[in-house]
Ligand binder design. Structure first.
Ligand code: ADP
Ligand code: ASP
Ligand code: MG
Length: 487
């Protein structure tokens, strides 16, 4: 049994969904379950509808809903032909009517809660998954649409819900496995779930990867395939660094660390069920299905290279707290972490000295409430527009002098490092720098640790690089290259 997840760009239009049908057909003997994201850009468009409606602009919000309706209808008609499309409309029409009513309701009350946001964005995956399921049926595949909200059970932390794992797995084992045994092809919406009371929740942005991993763990699948728009996991984000290249193998821990520190290619929680059940994850390109992609397993990749990849996360704030002179260090630290705990705030990086502590928070975490609570125990200063750049690799463990070499690479480029941290897992090394320096820092580090001459395969990018290509930076004579296609 196999779980195949298709991301937004893999289902962005009729042509892409046609390719999906071909890929699924090629795997039918492995009894796949298909998990799909919303069409590319739709989640952002739904959020924009919410913002427009909450500001009271009913007409504009309704117009945006109509544009979405048109896109989905055009795609469905192209895939299904006129006759089948008439049947499909019976399913789609009520959804768009609900969406219009919802937008009007939000415009009337001028308020969009986290709970209604989840209801709103759930339409993206509900629509795409039903259209994909019908397209697969129309092509002779035994597709059966299932409502993921009946299978993925979460807490009520709207927009960022956590699954109740055992309950979710039980429902999948009981509901999905028998369908596979009788050779059906279940198709589910990614990203969306529900509480025990049936209220719609979502698993956080990019959460369809996580949905796929949950299904795989629930049915004891032998593999999770994440189909996306790049050839696999790369040495860094190809949008930041055009020299990025594909990795053949990555360990679970490396992939988890990369995702945690900003590599958008995987939702960070995806690796939790995969690691728990030891299910390999393959990252593949739906526009280039013959490419072998990246295989993520428990075993660290063989080879002597130091780093596997470089990840970057923008939109970070650093918070520095200075203790009052009379405060005992142990009291001070305990209070700081107590306040973070009360605000359900996890700091990604922490640096401690006797009288001060600095930590990083992600956008949206440094609320006025949190800062007011921290001000009760210390002098607080906050710097926004920061970023974390993280070097990841199983081989970092126990190696001396790595931080110094990375530091020099950044120093040579005049990039100021505000904080440095070797992850407790010992497989990552992170730096906090200003957001404006991220592209340069990633390129410098990539050039230093992955010299161009060692490259066996350049990144095959489907998206244009967002920043101009800089001349190559001189590489580290004694540095070990990143292990792209090392095996
Ligand atoms: P999907 O819609 O298929 O889920 P995403 O946009 O969420 O796709 O993730 C794929 C994107 O992740 C790529 O287009 C790439 O820009 C970005 N990315 C960031 N870091 C990496 C990396 N190390 N390797 C590959 N892609 C990365
Ligand atoms: N559609 C959701 C998002 O854009 C989930 C996903 O694509 O995985 O975040
Ligand atoms: Mg994604």
């Amino acid at each position: 049994m196999l779980v195949m997840k298709f991301g937004g760009t893999s289902v962005q239009n009729a042509e892409a969904i046609e390719r999906v049908a071909g890929i699924v057909r090629s795997r039918m003997r492995q009894r796949p379950v298909v998990v799909v994201s919303a069409f590319h850009g739709v989640t952002d468009q739904l959020l924009a509808i919410g913002t427009t409606a909450a500001s009271g602009q009913t007409e504009s919000a309704i117009t945006q809903v109509q544009e979405l309706r048109q896109r989905h209808y055009d795609t469905a008609r192209e895939l299904l032909g006129d006759d089948r499309f008439r049947g499909m409309r019976l399913k789609l029409d009520p959804k768009f009517e609900s969406l219009e009513q919802f937008a009007s309701g939000i415009a009337a009350i001028h308020e969009l809660s986290a709970r209604s946001t989840d209801y709103l964005v759930s339409f993206g995956e509900l629509l795409s998954s039903q259209i994909v399921a019908s397209a697969l049926s129309a092509r002779g595949l035994p597709a059966l649409w299932l409502d993921s909200r009946e299978y993925v059970v979460t807490d009520g932390q709207f927009t960022q819900a956590s699954p109740h794992y055992n309950e979710t797995y039980d429902r999948m084992r009981a509901g999905i496995r028998p369908l596979l045994i009788s050779h059906q092809l279940p198709v589910l919406a990614g990203f969306i779930a529900a509480t025990r009371d049936g209220i719609t929740t979502t698993l956080g942005r990019g959460g369809s990867d996580f949905s796929a991993a949950l299904v795989a763990a629930g049915i004891n699948a032998s593999c999770i395939e994440i189909w996306t728009d790049v050839d696999g996991i790369m040495t860094t984000d190809p949008l930041l660094c055009p020299q990025a290249r594909c990795l053949r193998r990555v360990s679970f821990r490396e992939a988890q660390e990369m995702a945690h520190f900003g590599a958008k290619v995987l939702h960070p929680a995806t690796l939790v069920p995969a690691m728990e059940k030891n299910i390999p994850v393959l990252v593949l390109n739906s526009r280039n299905p013959k490419n072998p992609g990246t295989r993520i397993t428990a075993q660290p990749p063989r080879g002597r290279s130091l780093f596997t990849a470089i990840a970057a996360r923008k939109n970070i704030s650093t918070v520095t707290l200075t203790a009052p002179p009379e405060a005992a260090p142990h009291w001070f630290l305990q209070e700081v972490f107590h306040v973070l705990h009360r605000s359900a705030c996890g700091a990604d990086l922490v640096a401690v000295s006797e009288a001060s502590v600095s930590f990083t928070l992600r956008a949206g975490q440094s609320s006025d409430d949190l800062l007011a609570n921290l001000e009760e125990i210390a002098k607080v200063s906050v710097e926004d527009k920061q970023a974390i750049v993280c070097l990841v690799g199983e081989n970092i463990k126990g190696r001396a002098g790595i931080a110094a070499r990375a530091f020099t690479a950044l120093g040579d480029a005049g990039i100021n490092v505000r904080m440095i941290s070797q992850g407790a897992s010992e497989i990552s090394l992170s730096f906090v720098i200003h957001e404006r320096d991220v592209t340069e820092a990633v390129r410098r580090l990539h050039a230093r640790f992955a010299p161009e001459k060692h490259s066996e395969q350049k990144a095959k990018r489907q998206k244009p690089a967002s920043a101009p290509i800089k001349p190559p930076v001189e590489s580290d004579a004694v540095g070990s290259p990143i292990s792209a296609y090392a095996e």
